[in-house]
Design a protein around this ligand. Structure first.
Ligand SMILES: [Zn+2]
Length: 359
């Protein structure tokens, strides 16, 4: 089997970068449909209006319904047709982004992602998460194409809630450990190939960047300012983690997050928060040497990522076991570990993580 690496065609990041959107979109088309929540549309409006006028691009806006569902994908596709658009642009969070990516591929159009939070891996990837109308997880849609452009204005990210940035760090922190686990067990990556060294190296850079600049980035967002540390963390959360997971692999950290989403008590926690706890459980499951585990655990604690079951809403052994049973189901990425994974072994790892806070 060949190794395969995939990524967006162009990645642009900087303070005020939204004012450069037009020049980067111009090679892709001249009639764009912009989709986002009211906040995402408002935060990007001045930059879009100015740079599109300069580049001779006409735009139509569509307010996103809020759920990444089959209906929303159909609505965006219909709006693109009505506007005779040749490029779709998502301005917002993970759900708006996933909807636009899916609609663009279904309509054979170019697509651009302008994330307004740095909380997840949606911007750079060729995968969309589809939810049912009630908000529950439905399935992953493998689109076969990455965005033509990802443009991140760090000034916009600096004005988003700190919790979103920290959750993005949790999702990003797991990337290296899951990719290494996947390569050791011969996991097939999203594009259907073996994991290239490039993905491992980018994932390692992602982890090292988080450990080095995570705290500095939080300080910047607390004051709504852009610093070099914030630039490094936005790049780690959005680009390095995005390409690292997609050309790498996911493993127990993500499998446990999937299991936890089936427990109502954990619903109010963000994807990256659940993944962070899942990562700690994965490291225990892999019997990771103390120094390495302590570095990850200490980082999570220092930035406010959950390190106990209570911090992800789990208060009973029954709730935990039901999440572990889902995580250990056949076909879940939990099996990208070298030691056999069962509900009991995942449960034991989670309980061990939880016990650390009692030391
Ligand atoms: Zn993730």
């Amino acid at each position: 089997m060949s190794t395969i690496f995939i990524s967006p065609s162009k990645y642009v990041q900087g303070s005020g970068a939204i004012f450069e959107l037009g020049q980067h979109v111009a090679p892709l088309g001249s009639r764009v449909l912009v989709v986002g929540g009211r906040t995402g549309l408002a935060q990007t409006k001045a930059g879009r209006d100015k740079s599109f006028a300069d580049a001779g691009i006409t735009q139509t806006e569509l307010v996103f319904s809020g759920e990444s569902s089959e209906d929303a994908i159909a609505e965006v596709s219909a709006a693109a047709k009505a506007a005779n658009a040749d490029v779709l642009i998502a301005c917002g969070g993970g759900k708006a982004i996933d909807t636009v990516k899916a609609a663009a591929v279904a309509s054979a159009l170019r697509f651009v992602v302008v994330p307004t939070v740095a909380s997840n891996d949606a911007p750079c990837s060729s995968v969309s998460v589809v939810y049912r109308e009630d908000g529950s997880f439905d399935r992953l849609l493998f689109l076969g194409r990455n965005p033509d452009l990802v443009l991140v204005d760090t000034k916009i990210i600096a004005n988003a809630p700190v919790r979103m940035l920290v959750a993005g760090m949790g999702d990003a922190l797991a990337t290296y450990y899951e990719a290494v686990a996947g390569r050791a067990t011969g996991a097939v990556n999203v594009p259907g190939g073996q994991i290239p060294e490039t993905a491992i190296t980018l994932a390692r850079l992602c982890r090292d960047t988080l450990l080095e600049y995570g705290i500095g980035a939080i300080l910047a967002v607390r004051k709504n300012v852009v610093t070099p540390a914030l630039e490094r963390i936005v790049e780690a959360n959005t680009l390095l983690s995005g390409v690292g997971f997609e050309s790498g692999a996911v493993a127990l950290a993500h499998a446990l997050s999937e299991g936890l989403t089936t427990v109502p008590a954990a619903h109010k926690y963000l994807h990256g928060e659940l993944v962070a706890f899942g990562l700690l459980a994965q490291l225990i499951h892999e019997n990771t040497p103390h120094a390495e585990f302590s570095a990850v655990y200490g980082f999570c604690k220092s930035v406010g990522l959950p390190v106990t079951l209570a911090e992800i809403g789990i208060t009973t052994a029954e709730e935990l076991m039901s999440a572990c049973e889902v995580a250990a189901e056949p076909g879940r990425p939990s099996h990208n570990l070298q030691s056999p994974v069962t509900a009991e072994s995942v449960f034991a790892a989670c309980q061990s993580v939880d016990a650390i806070s009692e030391l």
